[in-house]
Ligand binder design. Structure first.
Ligand code: CA
Ligand code: CA
Length: 555
């Protein structure tokens, strides 16, 4: 446990050190910009993240408070969300019609899974980077949706899948058919007789037969990898990104960000490949910022924070925190302290250095590639609430996967974790219900209609915790510091801004707990997720499965 005075002094000392360190790192970064990659890097000042320092002084202040101004995001699989034209397939007009639902939940940003033309149900194999999947609507529907979202203060980013195209993309078709095509070098073709490395970065042999040639497709034979050593490929993907920013989009979720050059297990984590990935994303960032200064870029770098960190250097604003999602779900499942503050504080120190103070973490419990959180938690609503309470009281942009807020279930294969959003109490549904596939994981009570009417529902819980984030700047923007309470069922941490701090305490278990805090450190309960929490001096009583936020005692 901390003594307030000691904490304050340590904090100021750390802040000063961080500021000095950051100043030094900043100089180094600027000097190395020209040789960080292929010579197409951002010039000084071209990079603009969420909170770009405009000069040295601003950078120092950012470092000193270690804040991460955050927004709540919501991931939507359009096909499964809401159907506006009655064909059973979710569409962009359907998203528009449900913006009020999202606004009411407290969502401030939407991530649309791929909406580009594609032959697959999921869309991660694009055939036209400038067109909308006709099942989802038109570019005008997209613009209308963007307008309506912006009117409600909701930003919209979308998946931009640049590592590979569809095998059906005209570029690939031409490249495969004609070795002299200008698109031939947009992909990687090798003579079939050539010995080739078989250790694909995502498992299996990444080489696929095409006549007397083989082509590289790291994820699947239907998704040939683009060759980013080819300048025309880089230029084309920049053009596609800028095109969508011109339509009003606010940024991108960048699929397979570490696989741009990371094609083989044997080389993906070598410095050479990491530098090439970083250089590409820096080039992309500079070009997006040139079009929209605060374009938000979040990458799928499915790896540990130490691998994510270099991508935050004048490239991405955020990388998804895959390690954290596992820890939060295990803690909720085991009813134990997730014990994440110490490691997160250090990770954020590393990100701070790499990004020059502009990063924001991205937390999640589930996404379209993972078994749904509620299935991992075996349908236990108390555990789902505690997992959400952890996520929504930690730093970073919380990403909620559609349906997570009502406890939708689903286990792989992928189609079963991307099922129709259940809007209605009855399984048959009603107007707008998507039906492109049958719901194998439909569960009684896990629907919007009933949960909107129930103040104890998981949906109501999400809404309440998101509202806490908006009311308390410490929760919304603060950094994190460890605060130990010696009880294995209690999770606790401080959320710290430049001029304030709050203590978050979770009782992860099913029995009421009484814990002792440091005398005089916290004056009152600012928020509690259940009635019955009490603070008497330094003695805190927490009902089963509950969360409190304590306000600081300020002289
Ligand atoms: Ca439809
Ligand atoms: Ca690749």
């Amino acid at each position: 446990m901390r003594v307030k005075g000691t904490y304050a002094r340590a904090w100021i000392g750390a802040a000063l050190s961080a500021a000095l360190l950051l100043a030094a790192v900043g100089c180094t970064s600027d000097n190395s910009a020209g040789n960080a990659g292929n010579g197409n890097q951002a010039s000084d000042g071209a990079y603009a993240g969420n909170k770009t320092p405009t000069n040295g002084q601003a950078a120092v202040q950012t470092a000193a408070v270690d804040e991460q101004p955050s927004s709540v995001y919501y991931e939507i699989f359009v096909r499964s969300f809401y159907d506006a034209n009655g064909d059973g397939i979710g569409d962009l007009n359907g998203v528009t019609q449900k913006l009020d639902y999202l606004k009411d939940l407290g969502v401030e940003g939407i991530w649309l899974m791929p909406i580009n033309a594609s032959p697959s149900y999921h869309g991660y194999d694009v055939t036209d980077y400038y067109g909308v999947n006709s099942e989802y609507g038109t570019i005008d529907d997209m613009k209308k949706m963007l307008d309506e979202a912006h009117k409600r203060g909701i930003k919209v980013i979308m998946d931009l899948v640049v590592n590979h195209t569809s095998k059906e993309h005209p570029w690939f078709k031409e490249a495969a058919a004609d070795p002299n095509s200008k698109y031939r070098n947009w992909y990687t073709f090798k003579d079939a007789s050539e010995p080739l490395p078989g250790d694909g970065a995502t498992g299996g042999n990444p080489w696929h037969a095409a006549g007397s040639y083989k082509y590289l497709g790291v994820f699947w034979e239907g998704m040939p990898d683009l060759n980013f050593d080819e300048p025309a490929v880089r230029a084309e993907m920049i053009k596609a990104g800028q095109f969508w920013l011109d339509q009003g989009l606010d940024g991108f979720r960048l699929d397979a960000a570490k696989h741009i050059y990371g094609d083989f297990k044997s080389s993906i984590n070598t410095p050479d490949i990491q530098k090439k990935n970083q250089a590409w994303w820096q080039e992309f960032r500079a070009a997006m910022s040139g079009k929209k200064k605060d374009a938000y870029l979040i990458g799928e770098v499915w790896d540990s924070p130490v691998i994510v960190a270099p991508y935050l250097d004048r490239a991405l604003d955020s990388g998804f925190n895959f390690d954290l999602s596992t820890k939060l779900l295990s803690a909720a499942d085991d009813e134990t302290n997730p014990d994440v503050a110490f490691s997160l504080d250090r990770v954020y120190g590393m990100y701070e250095k790499s990004s020059g103070g502009t990063f924001v973490d991205a937390t999640f419990l589930g996404n379209h590639d993972l078994n749904r959180a509620m299935s991992v938690l075996l349908g236990n609503v108390d555990h789902a609430k505690m997992a959400a309470a952890l996520q929504l009281t930690l730093p970073g942009n919380p990403f909620i996967y559609y349906g997570e807020e009502i406890g939708m279930q689903g286990m792989k294969p992928d189609e079963a974790i991307r099922e129709p959003m259940p809007w209605y109490a009855s399984k048959e549904g009603g107007e707008g219900q998507t039906k492109w596939e049958a719901s194998r994981y439909w569960k009684e009570g896990a629907n919007v209609e009933e949960q909107l009417k129930d103040e104890n529902s998981l949906l109501a819980f999400y809404k309440e915790l998101i509202a806490w984030r908006k009311e308390l700047p410490t929760l919304r923007n603060g950094g994190i510091k460890e605060y130990k309470i010696d009880n294995p069922q209690i999770g606790s941490y401080l959320r710290v801004t430049a001029d304030d701090q709050a203590l978050v305490v979770h009782n992860m278990g099913g029995a009421e707990q009484t814990v002792q805090l440091t005398e005089g450190e916290f004056a009152e309960i600012a928020k509690q997720s259940k009635d019955g929490a009490k603070l008497d001096g330094a003695t805190l009583v927490l009902p089963a499965y509950s969360t409190v936020v304590l306000r600081q005692d300020r002289p």
